[in-house]
Design a protein around this ligand. Sequence first.
Ligand SMILES: *Cc1c(COP(=O)(O)O)cnc(C)c1O
Length: 373
Amino acid sequence: MELFDVYSLYDVTLTRGQGTRVWDDHGQEYLDFYAGHAVISVGHCHPDYVAAVTKQLNTIGFYSNSVVNPLQISLAHKLGKLSGLEDYSLFLVNSGAEANENAIKLASFHTGKDRIVAFRGSFHGRTSAAVAVTDNPKIVAPFNANQKVTFVDLNDIEAVKAAIAGGDVAGVIIEGIQGVGGIRLPEDGFLRELRRVTAESGVVLILDEVQSGCGRTGRYFAHQWAGIEPDIVTVAKGIANGFPIGGVLISPMFEATKGMLGSTFGGNYLAMSAAIAVCDIIEKEHLVARAAEVGDYLRASLPDSPKIREVRGRGLMVGIEFTEPIAELRKRLLFEKHVFTGVSGKNMIRLLAPLTTSKEDVDIFIKALEECL
Ligand SMILES: *Cc1c(COP(=O)(O)O)cnc(C)c1O
């Protein structure tokens, strides 16, 4: 059997990772400023993380959600403490798309309505509802396309008001910072208005923090820069450093009824041990504050080049937009300078470095970038 060929691959085979570094099958070392798509938060193979998951695997690896699972309760407490959302409750799934899928479902259950407002440039995942609120026709199959979704421009509060005036809107879904769409930030004032408008009209506000959450922007959640409290927050990527898990953080206004949501693998012991270990490491090593500090240092260190049009982002979620397409630049960074980066569109390099990134790592990246420019 062969692999279903859907990914564009670079010709690199990784065999090992440690901290902010990965190694290929020729023993070559690379600096990882992409974190495998914002997933590696506490660094590759953090010893506390490896120890916790290994210990759990030797204790009990799996049972279904028909028995009490103290690890889920422990994770909920820790996430509440780290995020400040202590009175929210947690529903556990296995990916970001699935978290958004359940968030949309909850909004619809809660309001009895069936329309979702989403934003141009959004990415929320590839399952049915998540892809329907994603603004990319290329990945939306006809089966997913006939959902009731209204797309409006980011930061256009009047368009949001007009969209929810119809009275059929269950929820508004927005990324803390648009990742795939090119590190585009909702303005703080816009988020505050969005919070006010949705609360007034009984529309559920869903913050997708799958990419921007878990401390990467220098706050536990990116929307906390604006000081708002959403009705639902979704998390995944960075929350368990590579173990597949998604979470839906649900405000106290929602009432759970038995059987309304469910997942076979969601909340399993191994995933919980991984996510708990990440929370503990983030707390112990003050990684949220560190992401803010090292992110500021990174932005301040970027060269003044006529080739750079704009730098956007917060903390260690950074987009460098160039005046020209960057495919060649990225290839040179990867193969000559041994640095992993991400991209957004044709002109942007997207950096999603682990929260454990040091200023020395930043210096190495800056030097490589300058040489490539
Ligand atoms: C990656 C991503 C998702 C989807 O997560 P998966 O785990 O790939 O399903 C959803 N929302 C945002 C903002 C993302 O970046």
